[in-house]
Design a protein around this ligand. Structure first.
Ligand code: GTP
Length: 346
C-alpha cells in the first residue's frame, strides 16, 4: 500500500502566505509541514509516497526530490489544471497501488495507519474514511453511520442540534483502486461533495472509523496559529526543535538573546535568531531561524517565518509574518498576516 498526499490546492483561506508556496509547505514549528508528514508516514512503514501537486509544484519537487534524504521514495503526480480533491486522486492513478491511503496534506493528526487499514480490511469496503470528532460540526459535513460503521450520509453544515453526530471527515482515507472508476477525468471533482455521495448512493461500501487523538486542519489563519500553540503545549507528538532551556522555552543553536530580554513560555526561538535587549517574546511565539529582532520588541501569539527582521520597539500580537520580511521600528501590529506579495490585516 502506498500513500498519496494531496498538496495542490490554492490555499485561498491562508492567503497571502500561500501566494508564494503551497499550504502544506507552510512552516510548522519552523519546518515545512509536509516534512513532518512524510516523516510520520515513513515512521509508520510507508516508504512509497506520491504527492499530487499543482499550485507552485516546484516548491515541493525541489524540496523533496526523490525523497532519499527522508528515507522514502517520492513521485509526483502533476496536474495541468486544478482537478479538485477527487480529480487529483484520479490523475495519480498510474502511480497508485491496488490499495492506497490518501492524506489531505494540510491536516495535522496522530493517525495510526495500521489500525485504519485493519478496519478497512475487516469491513471490506471500497473506501474507509478516517473520522474525527469535533465539538461543533456546523462548519463541516457531519456523518451518519449504521452500527457497522457504514456511512449512510453526510449532512453538510448542520445546525449543531440537528447534526446526526459530531464525527466529520478527517481528510484521511484508505481506498481500493476500483473506486477510481467513479471519478470522472479531465475536470474538477470534489471527493467530499461529489465522489463520496455518489459511492454512498451506489451502495459501493463507504465506511468510517474514528481516528482518536489530535486532529487539526491548518487551513485558516486562526487555525494555523492555534496549531502552533497546541504543539507548544505538547498536545501532539510533533517534535519541537531546539534545546528546552526551561519548561516551555525552546532555543535553537547559535542564538543571541539580548540583555534583559524575556522569553515567556511557551516560546520557540529558531537557530541563529537574535533577540534584542529588553525584548519580550511570548507567551505563544515562534521565531523562525535567522530572524533578527531589535531592542524593546514585543511579540505574542505570533509566528515569524525564517529570516524576518523586526526593528526596535515594535509590538506584534497575533501576527504571521512571511519569510524574510522587514518590519520597521515602533510599529504596533495586531492580527497582521503578511507575505512578500501582500498584507492582510484583520
Ligand atoms: P482553500 O482554497 O483555502 O480551500 O484551500 P485548498 O483548496 O488548498 O485546501 P482544501 O482544504 O480545500 O483541500 C484539502 C487538501 O487537498 C489540501 O492539502 C490541498 O492542497 C489539496 N487539494 C485541494 N484541491 C486540490 C487539487 O485540485 N489538486 C491537488 N493536487 N490537491 C488539492
Amino acid at each position: 500500500m502506498n500513500a498519496l498526499l494531496l498538496a495542490g490546492g490554492l490555499g485561498t483561506r491562508l492567503r497571502p502566505l500561500t501566494e508564494t508556496l503551497p499550504k502544506p509547505m507552510a512552516p510548522v514549528v519552523n519546518r515545512p509541514w509536509l516534512e513532518h508528514l512524510v516523516e510520520r508516514l515513513r515512521d509508520q512503514g510507508i516508504r512509497d509516497i506520491v504527492i499530487a501537486v499543482k499550485h507552485h509544484p516546484d516548491k515541493i519537487r525541489n524540496h523533496f526530490g526523490s525523497g532519499k534524504k527522508w528515507g522514502v521514495n517520492i513521485r509526483y503526480a502533476v496536474e495541468k489544471t486544478l482537478l479538485g480533491t477527487a480529480g487529483a486522486i484520479r490523475n495519480a492513478e498510474p502511480f497508485l497501488d491496488d490499495r492506497f491511503a490518501v492524506f489531505n496534506a494540510d491536516i495535522v493528526h496522530d493517525v495510526n495507519i495500521a489500525s485504519l487499514v485493519r478496519f478497512h480490511e475487516t469491513h471490506g469496503g471500497l473506501v474507509t474514511i478516517g473520522l474525527t470528532e469535533v465539538e461543533d460540526p456546523s462548519h463541516y459535513g457531519a456523518v451518519e453511520q449504521d452500527g457497522e460503521g457504514r456511512i449512510l450520509r453526510f449532512v453538510e453544515k448542520p445546525k449543531k442540534e440537528e447534526a446526526p453526530s459530531r464525527r466529520i471527515n478527517a481528510g484521511i482515507y484508505v481506498m481500493e483502486k476500483r473506486a477510481l472508476a467513479y471519478i470522472p477525468t479531465e475536470r474538477e471533482v470534489s471527493i467530499e461533495r461529489e465522489t463520496f455521495p455518489l459511492l454512498i448512493r451506489e451502495g459501493a461500501g463507504v465506511y468510517g472509523t474514528l481516528i482518536p487523538g489530535f486532529w487539526m486542519d491548518m487551513g485558516t489563519r486562526e487555525r494555523y496559529r492555534t496549531l502552533h500553540w497546541e504543539i507548544l503545549n505538547r498536545k501532539t507528538g510533533i517534535p519541537i526543535p531546539g534545546e528546552e532551556r526551561s519548561s516551555g522555552i525552546w532555543v535553537g543553536r547559535n542564538c543571541r538573546i539580548g540583555k534583559g530580554a524575556l522569553l515567556i513560555p511557551p516560546v520557540l526561538i529558531g537557530d541563529r535568531a537574535e533577540i534584542g535587549d529588553r525584548s519580550i517574546i511570548g507567551p505563544y511565539a515562534v521565531v523562525g531561524p535567522n530572524c533578527r529582532l531589535g531592542s524593546g520588541v514585543r511579540c505574542s501569539e505570533t509566528i515569524l517565518w525564517e529570516g524576518c527582521v523586526v526593528r526596535d520597539e515594535t509590538h506584534l500580537h497575533q501576527c504571521v509574518i512571511g519569510c524574510g520580511l522587514e518590519i520597521g521600528s515602533r510599529q504596533i501590529m495586531h492580527q497582521a498576516v503578511m507575505n512578500r506579495l501582500g498584507v492582510m490585516e484583520a
